[in-house]
Design a protein around this ligand. Structure first.
Ligand code: ACM
Ligand code: ZN
Length: 537
């Protein structure tokens, strides 16, 4: 941040802090910004002129988009009030500052995401019409004078959607990206493959989606002996996936694709049975359970398959991280498989007392895939099971079975993303009365619990830098419709957004809850989302 800018902010802050009668208490912004100073008076944003000075072409598009929204319903009168966007060297790429005076708003950033987030904040200060484009002549367009300086606490602010257990159309995925960008989330973890359906077109292996994309029915509720008899499935073409990548990029979001391996692969084994230890036949799972059948990692052809698939994944998804799963891998097929046992012998893997030879075989798989992806300039993320045994440097851990995986990772020099199920699994109930909730997992994770999560608890200070961020996950075993996904996500994702973005000392559940009920629910409603109202009771 340059000195001139610091002085400008300091001077305006002094000006604004003078006592006045009409000062509002809260700006109602979620996630709460790093620094907010509320002053006297207000800026009438209706029909204000929006100006971009020295921004990139992509940022100019964003700024013009805002201009269109705030002048679309205008009465045509020329106004002298202005919102001026410019760059300041030295600000972080996701940082921004907004000085709201009564005639002019100055917006500062240094890069695309900072500009995007400044606009996201400004929109939260305006009537909900900026989300709908439907104009109400009585709306109040006055924004309180204030100085906002803001940047995120964590770099990875993620949300996972499981599109294997249930398939969601591209437009529904885009609606998730839309709401993520309102709350400044910047990583969409796309769970594209699992035992219940393979969702990404892979040109070299067409049966992955032709066969692996479709299952013969689904269990009903919790009854594992039942089947609804409805063939279920779907998949995304590479063209559709590329379109979503571009759509996400416009919203400041990178996509982390997940190809879950070496377990959670029954959809691939059903399509190509030679990839399994027993040779099959296999069929896609129709019940919510952990499959015993996993990839046979004794055969070189399995690695050829994985490398071919990941090559196409890298062609479609440009983000430097690829998620390679690694969770819930039963070892019983490997224990009996001659190919896997031959591989164990060839590698000289032995039980260590703590971990079995088969655990070390999984380490071998992780390391081999990690090396392959490194040759393409990519890094891997894996679920916390990949820590069991020996993990090669450079892998990032996603801590899901509680916080312990993240703590252990950071203590051992690995980066970690925290998504502990007890705080961040949004497929769990929001109410302590599960009988009043849609059928699903019974664990109870209310909004307040999500909000109270502190991701650096238990991490020594000299390892804090290893915690890249926090993510909420929506697994969809029991979630079959877009409205149900939204209901599980909202408003808990807003609570998680403050865990991801805001400084712990700025968090305040009472303020958050009031802001959600007073204004954020209005935004969600105006944008047409379904959300849970439990927070009101
Ligand atoms: C997971 O929930 N199995 C990562
Ligand atoms: Zn095998």
């Amino acid at each position: 941040m340059n000195t001139l800018y610091r002085y400008a902010i300091a001077a305006l802050t002094m000006l604004l802090l003078s006592a006045c009668a009409d000062k509002v208490e809260s700006l109602g912004i979620v996630p709460y910004p790093e620094n907010v100073e509320i002053g006297c008076g207000s800026f009438d944003a209706f029909g204000a002129k929006v100006i971009a000075e020295g921004l990139t072409a992509e940022e100019e598009d964003l700024v013009q988009g805002l201009g269109t929204l705030i002048t679309a319903g205008s009465d045509g009168k020329v106004r002298s009030s202005k919102i001026v966007f410019s760059h300041i060297d030295g600000m972080d790429p996701e940082e921004y500052a907004i000085e709201i005076g009564s005639r002019r708003i100055e917006v500062y950033s240094s890069a695309y995401n900072g500009t995007l987030y400044a606009i996201a904040t400004l929109k939260q200060l305006m009537p909900v019409e900026v989300y709908t484009g439907v104009y109400n002549p009585d709306a109040d367009w006055n924004i309180p004078c204030a100085v906002i300086k803001d940047k995120p606490r964590f770099a990875h602010r993620g949300m996972l959607l499981d599109c294997s257990r249930h398939f969601f159309e591209i437009d529904e995925v885009k609606k998730i990206l839309d709401i993520m960008s309102v709350y400044k989330l910047n990583r969409f973890h796309w769970h594209l493959t699992d035992d219940h359906g393979w969702r990404m077109e892979i040109k070299k292996y067409p049966l992955l989606t032709e066969v692996g994309g479709w299952r013969n029915g689904t269990m009903i509720g919790w009854d594992a002996k039942s089947n609804d008899g409805i063939r279920y499935g779907g998949y995304y073409t590479q063209e559709q996936l590329r379109d979503v990548v571009a759509y996400a990029a416009q919203r400041g979001i990178e996509i982390v694709p997940e190809i879950d391996l070496p377990a959670h692969m029954v959809s691939a084994l059903t399509a190509y049975p030679h990839l399994g230890c027993t040779g099959g036949p296999y069929s896609l799972m129709t019940v919510w359970d952990i499959a015993k059948d996993v990839l046979c990692v004794g055969k070189d052809s399995s690695f050829e398959f994985i490398e071919d698939v990941l090559t196409e994944v890298c062609e479609v998804f440009p983000y430097e991280y690829i998620h390679i799963g690694g969770d819930e891998c039963p070892k019983i097929r490997w224990e009996k498989c001659p190919h896997c046992q031959a591989r164990i012998k060839e590698l000289g893997l032995k039980d260590s007392g703590k971990w079995t030879a088969e655990h070390y075989l999984q380490n071998y798989v992780t390391a081999r895939v990690q090396k392959f992806l490194a040759s393409k300039g990519r890094k891997v993320i894996g679920w916390d099971e990949i820590l069991e045994g020996d993990l090669q440097p450079g892998a990032t851990i996603m801590s899901w079975r509680g916080v312990q995986g993240g703590i252990e990772a950071a203590n051992n020099g690995f980066d970690a993303i925290m998504t502990p199920c007890e705080y961040c699994y949004l497929n769990y109930c929001q109410s302590d009365k599960p009988e009043l909730e849609p059928v699903g997992f019974h664990e109870y994770v209310p909004v307040e619990k999500c909000y109270g999560y502190e991701p650096l608890d238990g991490i020594p200070e000299d390892a804090h830098h290893h915690i890249l961020g926090v993510q909420c996950n929506v697994w969809t075993e029991f979630i079959g419709t877009p409205a149900h996904v939204q209901y599980m996500l909202l408003p808990r994702m807003l609570a998680i957004s403050e865990v991801q973005w805001s400084a712990p000392e700025d968090k305040d559940y009472d303020r958050f809850r009031a802001d959600v009920m007073d204004h954020q629910f209005e935004i969600l409603k105006s944008m047409g989302y379904t959300y849970c109202k439990e927070i009101e009771y």
